[in-house]
Design a binder for this molecule. Structure first.
Ligand SMILES: [Zn+2]
Length: 473
């Protein structure tokens, strides 16, 4: 039984000796990790690291795994008030729920919604979230403030649509000026990494799409957009341009290593080649596919083709272990079962893409994503002393299939403990929950959201009313 608490983790120089460390090549025993000023300063066999630092008292942790924090490559932090409104909804929820809901956010509600989402992410083991942008009126700085106050690392997308749903448009130069200012504003922030986004390709003209993507390329930022997610969007693109959304982006020279494309579930073999040849990254969002999608992205094909990808929640639920489980299960049911592929990534694939692969897709490969010297000390301490993880034969696969967020003892970002046993160490999460609960009710009541599907209770009543009654014998 370990007897330390989070205060031990908050030291400028800390020598950690957990029973297991998840290294880039897999779990290792008898390894030590030296954290200095928020960075993994040394990682190696315990004896060697200890002998170089006789002055430091190692923090030994039995039956504990130190692993990299998870990276959620697709999120919308401002949408957390609506996450339980969209169950059973048909595709393109953004038109009926997200756009109206975001339009109803003021500064305070946007802050509360974002901080609530960040808290959920932290509790689910995410140390980085990639926000794909919000169409709300208040400045996106409020999302940065919420993420920063919660203590989570955030790739912060700002929407650069020049076409509006009402037919209006913002001048190209004005969009680019906003884009430049956003990249400069967060340039040196230690937790906020600026990014630019276009909600869906049809929300911007081709010159603006190209210019925004180019700006990201030249500034080392990530360009985000939602592509080939729904049949309706693919067909709209075919009708308007004679090309599918991804084909149009490829032909117009918009794709490249700076791109992080969300969903990308409806792919032709030609488009898979375009993804590979352009070097674009994908956020594979398996829970979003299950809850509202038309298809499951061929992530195993991405892996086999060397297409860069991370795994994203899309704001469904901020639970990293369940996300990895869904990532594997969706591939198995959508692809592996038909071809007799019982391995379906072998466990490690999902762990890698939820950590280092996700960081690389989010443009943070040089910042976070693995327990590697020189990277930020973004890590989780996971309690292995639970019946679900015993006996252990294959830890990586066990983390994907068996582990649970209640095993996360600590969430540490940039060397600072942010959560201890599920709760923030330096701010009042209960107060936030209370404020968010009150505020969410008002925001949802006032937003013109259009929900098609009834709640479970109403659905049960309707379903029962239509059940055939058995004829009397
Ligand atoms: Zn999204």
């Amino acid at each position: 039984m370990n007897s330390f608490d989070h205060s031990r983790l908050d030291e400028d120089e800390l020598l950690l000796e957990p029973e297991w460390v998840l290294l880039p090549d897999g779990p290792a025993r008898r390894h030590a990790v030296l954290v200095r000023h928020g960075v993994f300063a040394e990682v190696g066999p315990s004896e060697a690291v200890e002998s170089r630092h006789p002055d430091l008292t190692p923090l030994r942790m039995d039956e504990t795994l130190l692993m990299p924090g998870l990276v959620d490559t697709h999120h919308h932090l401002t949408q957390s008030f609506g996450k339980a409104l969209v169950f059973g909804e048909p595709s393109e929820i953004f038109r009926r729920v997200w756009v109206p809901l975001e339009a109803g956010l003021d500064e305070e509600s946007a802050y509360l919604a974002s901080k609530l989402a960040a808290l959920e992410s932290l509790r689910g083991g995410f140390t980085t979230v990639c926000d794909a942008g919000t169409r709300m009126e208040p400045d996106v700085g409020v999302v940065a403030e919420a993420a920063s106050d919660a203590g989570i690392r955030c790739v912060l997308g700002m929407i650069c649509n020049d076409l509006r749903p009402d037919g209006g448009h913002e001048p190209h130069d004005a969009v680019l000026a906003r884009a430049q200012a956003h990249l400069e504003r967060w340039d040196r922030h230690d937790l906020i990494h600026p990014s630019l986004a276009v909600s869906i390709p049809e929300a911007a003209t081709t010159p603006t799409l190209a210019a925004v993507s180019d700006l990201c390329r030249s500034r080392g930022a990530v360009f985000q957009t939602h592509v080939n997610e729904h049949l309706a969007a693919v067909e709209r693109s075919l009708e308007r341009h004679g090309r599918r959304p991804l084909e149009a982006l490829f032909d117009d020279g918009i794709l490249g290593a700076q791109c992080l494309l969300a969903h990308v579930t409806l792919l032709t073999p030609t488009e898979i080649t375009m993804l590979r040849d352009s070097g674009s990254a994908v956020s594979y969002n398996p829970v979003a596919s299950s809850w509202k999608g038309n298809a499951v992205a061929p992530a195993l094909t991405f892996a086999a083709q060397g297409i860069r990808f991370g795994i994203g929640t899309d704001g469904t639920r901020g639970d990293g272990f369940r996300l990895m489980d869904a990532a594997e299960t969706a591939q198995r049911l959508a692809y592996g079962a038909q071809t007799g592929d019982s391995s379906t990534g072998g466990g490690w694939t999902w762990l890698d893409h939820a950590t280092s692969g996700g960081a690389a897709a989010a443009g943070l490969g040089g910042v976070t994503g693995s327990v590697t010297e020189g990277l930020a000390a973004d890590y989780l301490l996971v309690d292995l002393a639970v019946p679900e993880m015993l006996p252990s034969w294959d830890m990586e696969w066990e983390l994907v299939r068996l582990a649970n967020r209640d095993q996360i003892l600590a969430v540490v970002i940039g060397g600072r403990p942010r959560l201890w046993r599920g709760w923030p160490v330096d701010w009042d999460a209960r107060q936030l929950m209370e404020d968010a609960r009150r505020r969410a009710q008002k925001v949802v009541a006032n937003a013109p959201v259009h929900i098609v599907h009834p709640t479970a209770g109403e659905h049960r009543r309707v379903h029962r009313a239509h059940r055939p009654t058995r004829a009397p014998e």
